[in-house]
Design a protein around this ligand. Structure first.
Ligand code: SAH
Length: 346
């Protein structure tokens, strides 16, 4: 049986150099190919024009380039763009470009589907099929950077890992993708412009701290009361708030960087005074910021956003306690591109 060709982008620069040497060629060919693959985001060996035809054919015979393909692009009336991204094995994920007047943000997926069970999230209704590899995450960013240049005349300024999936359940590949995004041989972006959002996996938050990562961390908190959180995010039975608190304290002790808590206010779920009190208490553990997110209704959703007064109560009381709080308005709702709406509805 013919051996399956290897994805050339799984090779490091050093491995590419070794490949050429072992094939009787010069090591620097490896550098050239690496540059084509990464800084030039090349999808085909044929396009590597500074290589001889024989070299290109040799690469073709040995490797494939498993590049993603933006299969479909939808534009919202507010300028948000949603990409349906086809992977080499025909699975699909979604990524989003969110423009404001001064910057553009890419929201990328880290898994196909999700293994968690947040009751308010459309992606949670899809089975987790597999993790994305580092290249597939990186490619989403490159594609959105190009869209940002084409449609908004500026390079991509920020990246949030808030698309489909739980980034910390795909730890190695997420970190490898950020390595590539921040490397001068990739996009050379500052890690300060990258935010990884987690539903809260304590062990992995500690690992991030140990790995001394330089990007920002956001936590989807949604309730600081264990029983309430278990009701809306059942998996959190296994990751109780007490463990989460300890992990966050560890994160702060190591990184000295504040965490953003994402929080949706729902009617009849977390719109009571005791919910606000619990959040204020939770915010005292480490320096943090609260981002109140508008709820985007999903199919079969049992949830309803809390009323304006409930949201205002949260905001004024958090502020009165010296906690920085912002309100995030949803973008791209008309094309199912807003937070929690990514569900491959093509
Ligand atoms: N799994 C990660 C990242 C993906 S979700 C996480 O949980 O953080 C990205 C953000 O969207 C999270 O804060 C999540 O709680 C929020 N979200 C999920 N469903 C939503 C919905 N229907 N409306 C608004 N925000 C939602």
């Amino acid at each position: 049986m013919k051996e399956k060709k290897k994805d050339i982008r799984a090779l490091s620069k050093e491995q590419l150099r070794e490949f050429f040497v072992s094939n009787g060629d010069k090591a620097f060919r490896g550098n050239q190919v690496y540059e084509w693959l990464w800084s030039k985001a090349c999808h085909s060996f044929d396009d590597m024009t500074n290589l001889s035809k024989a070299t290109r054919e040799m690469l073709e015979a040995n490797f494939v380039i498993n590049h993603i393909k933006v299969d479909q692009m939808q534009k919202s009336s507010d300028g948000t763009i949603k990409n349906a991204v086809k992977l080499h094995d025909d699975l699909t994920v979604e990524s989003v470009l969110i423009p404001t007047y001064s910057r553009t943000t890419a929201c990328v997926s880290s898994q196909v589907g999700c293994s968690l069970d947040c009751q308010f999230c459309a992606t949670a209704q899809l089975k987790r099929m597999r993790n994305l590899n580092a290249d597939e995450i990186y490619d989403q960013v490159v594609a959105i950077d190009q869209e940002s240049r084409t449609y908004h005349n500026m390079p991509l300024s920020n990246i949030v890992y808030m698309g489909m999936g739980e980034p910390l359940m795909n730890y190695n590949n997420v970190l490898a993708s950020i390595e590539k995004i921040t490397s001068p041989e990739g996009l050379g972006m500052s890690p300060k412009r990258i935010t990884v959002s987690t539903s809260g996996v304590p062990k992995m938050i500690k690992r991030l701290a140990d790995d001394e990562v330089k990007f920002n961390l956001a936590l989807s908190l949604h309730s600081a009361i264990q029983e309430v959180r278990e009701q809306i995010m059942p998996f959190s039975k296994n990751f109780p708030l007490t463990d989460l608190r300890e992990a966050l304290e560890y994160w702060y002790s190591k990184t000295k960087r504040r965490v953003t808590y994402e929080y949706i206010v729902w009617e009849g779920i977390n719109d009571r005074q005791q919910d606000i009190d619990a959040l204020i208490q939770f915010c005292k553990y480490i320096p943090c910021k609260v981002n109140i997110i508008e709820y985007n209704p999903i199919d079969d959703g049992k949830f309803q956003q809390g009323n304006d007064q409930a949201i205002a109560s949260y905001m004024t009381q958090l502020e009165a306690n010296g906690i920085v709080v912002t309100l995030r308005h949803s973008r791209g709702k008309d094309i199912d591109a807003a937070c929690g709406q990514l569900a491959n509805k093509l």
